[in-house]
Design a protein around this ligand. Structure first.
Ligand SMILES: CC(C)(COP(=O)(O)OP(=O)(O)OC[C@H]1O[C@@H](n2cnc3c(N)ncnc32)[C@H](O)[C@@H]1OP(=O)(O)O)[C@@H](O)C(=O)NCCC(=O)NCCS
Length: 146
């Protein structure tokens, strides 16, 4: 099941974040995201347990996927894919024609994951993360349901 983030989810989200990224978002960053973008933050629940989350927002006609992670114990079970597809559906309904994201160049798992979902590696953003370049990946959303 995928549902909207609730403040009581914060500790679980931060635990997953810390086990997923070398430079995790702080608790404050999640609180700020929820505040600024309350309709863009969703969590995946299985057997009552929060096992993943996604944050995305609409920027003009483009969706921007800001954060995504799945509890390491529940990876390779389709949870990340379900979160992205859910987000794509939502953004498309809001008028997005494309979705983009940035990913660390060293994050080969995420690059393979997004490629499997139909994202294309568009360009390199030099020193996006200060110490590391990012790859900008995009996916066109028009006509997906035709
Ligand atoms: C990237 C991430 C969200 C993927 O979540 P997931 O639930 O494991 O992904 P799914 O099970 O939906 O995988 C869908 C497809 O992506 C590809 N994929 C996923 N993980 C992969 C891996 N480790 N190696 C190669 N391909 C992979 C596969 O094609 C997979 O389909 P398959 O399992 O049928 O082969 C998860 O690995 C994660 O949380 N990573 C750490 C955080 C992160 O890097 N987030 C993205 C930052 S931009």
């Amino acid at each position: 099941m995928i549902r909207s983030f609730q403040p009581a989810d914060l500790d679980r989200v931060c635990d997953i974040e810390r086990s997923s990224f070398p430079f995790p978002w702080s608790t404050l960053m999640f609180i700020q995201q929820h505040h600024m973008n309350p309709d863009g933050f969703f969590v995946a629940i299985r057997s009552g347990k929060l096992i993943g989350y996604v944050i995305a927002r609409l920027e003009g006609k483009t969706g921007h996927l800001l954060n995504l992670a799945v509890d390491p114990r529940f990876r390779r079970q389709g949870v990340g894919g379900a979160l992205v597809e859910f987000t794509i559906d939502r953004l498309r309904k809001e008028g997005a024609e494309e979705i983009w994201l940035e990913v660390r160049i060293s994050n080969h798992v995420a690059r393979a994951f997004y490629s499997a979902l139909g994202f294309k590696e568009k360009r390199i953003a030099k020193k996006y993360y200060l110490s590391e370049d990012a790859i900008i990946m995009t996916k066109k959303l028009l006509h997906q349901n035709l």
